[in-house]
Design a protein around this ligand. Structure first.
Ligand SMILES: [Zn+2]
Length: 210
C-alpha cells in the first residue's frame, strides 16, 4: 500500500484537516486485501472538526498481479503521468506486456472492474452484454430512467445493477451466457485502456476493432 498525507477541506464546515489518502493497493499483500473497496473505504473521509462523512474521488492505482490487471482510478486527466511513474516502480509487473491497464474515473467503476477481473471475466464481454441488457430493461420498464449500469458479483452469482432514481433493479446473468458472448467475439490483444459503454457501442457498430 502506498499513501500520502493530504489536506482536505470539509464540504460541510469548510475547515481543513489532514488525512491519509491511499494512492496504491497491491492485491498480493495481505494488509492491502483487507481494504474494503465494495463500500469505497479509501474514498471515505471523516471531518475531525464537525464529524461529517464525505466521499472524495482521488487517484488510486489497484495492482493485481495474479489477474495481470492495473486499474487506475483518476480524479482528473492530469494524473495520467502518476500512473506511468507508479507502474515503472513495479519492476517486473510494471513492464509486463500482459498487463491489462484500465483507466476509470469513479470508485464505483473501480469496484466494478475489480469484481469483473476477480471473477476471471473479460470486461469487454461484460460491457457488450451490459448494452444489450440495458436495452431489454428499457423495453421491459419504459417508465424507468436508467442512470447507470454496473456489473455485480454476489456470493458467486453474476448480475447487473440498473441504477434508477425511483428504485434500482438487479438482473442476474449466468457465467455460461457471458462465456458464450466472449467466444462469439474472440477479442484480440492487447485490449484497450478504456473499456466502457462508449467502447462497446463503437465496437458493435464497427467503428473500431479491438
Ligand atoms: Zn467539517
Amino acid at each position: 500500500m502506498r499513501s500520502e498525507t493530504k489536506t482536505i477541506r470539509c464540504n460541510s464546515c469548510e475547515k481543513e484537516f489532514s488525512a491519509r489518502v491511499i494512492l496504491q493497493i497491491d492485491c498480493a499483500k495481505a494488509a492491502d486485501r483487507s481494504i474494503d473497496l465494495s463500500e469505497g473505504e479509501p474514498f471515505l473521509f471523516t471531518c475531525p472538526h464537525c464529524g461529517a462523512k464525505m466521499h472524495l474521488n482521488h487517484f488510486l492505482l489497484w495492482v493485481d498481479e495474479q489477474h495481470t490487471v492495473a486499474l487506475c482510478n483518476l480524479a482528473d486527466e492530469g494524473e495520467l503521468s502518476a500512473v506511468e511513474e507508479a507502474l515503472s516502480a513495479l519492476v517486473s509487473f510494471g513492464k509486463a506486456a500482459s498487463i491489462r491497464r484500465r483507466y476509470l474515473s469513479s470508485p464505483a467503476q473501480l469496484w466494478e472492474k475489480i469484481s469483473i477481473f476477480e471473477a476471471g471475466l473479460d470486461d469487454r464481454t461484460v460491457e457488450i452484454v451490459k448494452l444489450y441488457m440495458a436495452e431489454e430493461v428499457r423495453r421491459a420498464y419504459p417508465q424507468k430512467t436508467l442512470t447507470d449500469v454496473l456489473f455485480v458479483c454476489k456470493e458467486g452469482l453474476f448480475g447487473f445493477l440498473f441504477r434508477c432514481p425511483d428504485g434500482d433493479l438487479t438482473v442476474e446473468i449466468s457465467k455460461e451466457k457471458l462465456d458464450a458472448v466472449s467466444a462469439q467475439f474472440a477479442f484480440s490483444e492487447p485490449s484497450p485502456q478504456r473499456v466502457d459503454a462508449a467502447w462497446a457501442l463503437q465496437f458493435l457498430t464497427g467503428g473500431k476493432s479491438c
